[in-house]
Design a binder for this molecule. Sequence first.
Ligand code: ZN
Length: 478
Amino acid sequence: MDATGDVTFSNKVGSSNASPRSNLFNTPQTRMQTRIVYGSLVGLTVLVLALVIALAVVASKKSTGREPSAAAGSDAWNGVWDLPEVDCSYAKDKLERAKCVLDSYPLIDGHNDLSAKYRIYSNTSVYNVSLTSDLRTIWNMSHTDIPRLRAGKLGGQFWACFVPCGSQYKDAVRLSLEQLDIIEKFVRRNPETFTWVTTSQGIIDAFKAGRVASLVGLEGGHSIDSSLGTLRMFYNLGVRYMTITHSCNTPWADNWKMDNESTYNETVDGPKLGGLTEFGEKVILEMNRLGMLIDLSHVANATMEDALRVSKAPVIFSHSSAFSVCNHFRNVQDSVLHLLKENGGVVMVNFYDKYVTCPPMRTSASKLKHVADHIDYIKNLIGVDYVGIGADYDGVPSLPEGLEDVSTYPALFAELVARRWSDLDLQKLAGRNLIRVFRKAEKVRDEMSYMPPFEDMLSEDENSHNKPCRTDLSIWGM
Ligand SMILES: [Zn+2]
């Protein structure tokens, strides 16, 4: 072929009147060669583009496979896979697999009352009792210390800032500030273990650094003394959820005791409010505006429904289980679980044995497997995207066999491995669901940032009628 071409080329040059230089680049042979070169270049470009598109499609399919269900919200992870994927298939047994999963994503417990123990057993002193000790040998009863929480692979903790209902209308705000101070003291005293955290990203960052992310939940609306200004100041001090009531009404919200004639005492609890009052709804909206999570553990069913109707952000139950498995009114009824799914929130399952097994539904002593039953029940009813862990350690007097303290979380996860939970589902239970809810609450906060603070006030009559401990505001000339 090359020889034939040379002859033809000579003939064409000879037969043309064009200059040799011009002819050199305009012969049919040259044009053919140019076409071949251009054609090859275009073909190569198309091939590279097709390869790039194919790789992108494969990558997106792989990512979609790990996304939560659409019901959990399309922005559930904000499109970001926040920690590297870990392959736990090497695990030789269920416990090793559970530990691998808890090493891959933070286990965030919704409720721990360690600060109350410092109040009860050491007169609020953190520096007299080291958390690096085995506190079972120091205090009468202890579920939490650093050696045990490391064994339990705890990755994040909402430490409860709790003061008893009896302080309502009296010194609840001061006592709550002191409980918050205790938490901050033990977190700052143990920087090799704890990191003070106030954002969802902070939890991930602390986990990456090998620290237990430490957040604060204010357990009971009575701690703000019906004052939105006080609520805002608690937020500024780091509080990231507030339980709307403890086991007593506030002037603006009913607690769970309202739901049962045997626990409701009108003389003590006052008249039923029917859920949230108008002011109570403002509390919810102000929490949305601040980016503070709304916790519905301890509240009445009607309060749950009102809060779920009003809230613009997903809510949490920081330490409650399933009413259909144990019909204690501290647990969450199916109708509310369905509303929770619509809201995109999370129910963090409580380990207190009285909320785990209830006669007549179950009369045997509580065991680890019964807590797994609550978790499974919620997963099967509304999906794995709405369940978490809120053990209530150091806040309850008795616990199921096998879940005696903070070292036992891996055993619970091993039970769920045995029940064929996937690694991703275990991660969701551990912390992914809570992180999703927290991120959404932060997003709602950003969306409401144009709004000024709510400045609604209850009148002193509404807040504290006939309460002798109140300051007479006429001393301010009011
Ligand atoms: Zn509680």
